[in-house]
Design a protein around this ligand. Sequence first.
Ligand SMILES: [Zn+2]
Ligand SMILES: [Zn+2]
Length: 344
Amino acid sequence: MEALVIHAAGDLRVENLPTPELGAGQLRVRVRCGGICGSDLHYYQHGGFGTIRVKEPMVLGHEVAGVIEAVGAGVSGFAPGERIAVSPSQPCGLCRYCQQGLQNHCLDMRYYGSAMRTPHVQGAFRQEIVVETHQAHRLAASVSDGEGAMAEPLAVALHAVRRAGSLLGKRVLVTGCGPIGALVIVAARRAGATHIVATDVSAHTLGKALKVGADEAINVAEEPEGLARFMADKGQFDVLFEASGNERALRGALDALRPRGIIVQVGLGGEMTLPVNTIVAKEFDLRGAFRFHEEFATAVELLNKGLVDVKPLISATLSYRDSARAFALAADRSQAMKVLLNFD
Ligand SMILES: [Zn+2]
Ligand SMILES: [Zn+2]
């Protein structure tokens, strides 16, 4: 079976790996579709991000859907032929954070396609993978493999929305509308936000933001003062989701956020300098949002019931053998949101 293995920046190879062995309680899955995530792009373009570096060959990918090929001894509730989305999250279940229901903070997390620990956790851009049953979430016939692969970023967005608390009747600003920002719009709308404004620097991206439910889109490259009209009375927004990881986006939004407003930082931005006086004087809540846990099941259920539509965010599906073209397209914000790899 073949897999997409990153060796160093710009060095992504199709390699033959042994077909994984199926153990008791596990499922062997024929991977059909995988979404290229920002982290995959970082490994591909820069060999990592921040202090995290690819130190050994690693299969990329953590957003996949596929079909069950075989079930291990003792498995009940799953059968060959069923289509599933695979959660890439493998918390230990035993540590103090797992015991507290904070699995995304697990002390022994193994997350697909991540070089955070060494040996690296091998990813899911491969033709076959063996998963635990708790990672498998059945897809309805109405949900395509590509939409199933979107369950992971949707789960990230759902977790970010959960971090904000109730959004019912709230006015929401989303800065940065790549796949995660756009899915935050989807999730915030589902959670009852009444007015959602999106900002970005790409016209293509903002067009997609409107398509998935933003009420207004502001191109802050063309209109740097575009948020000024929301600054009256100390700010109009109740909640800011910052999904760009860009310091200027966060700073520029603070005057449009009302006192006691909530900032959910979901974009990873490295280091930023922030006006702490503003955060203090306006009594903002500054909250991080990192990965997800139970939100993966919620994401699949919302997809299965047709309660969210992620199709407008799927830009293209290319063969994994064409990975250079697929990764280049995924990096081009002027024409792509989510690019999917086909593993058939
Ligand atoms: Zn992802
Ligand atoms: Zn744990």
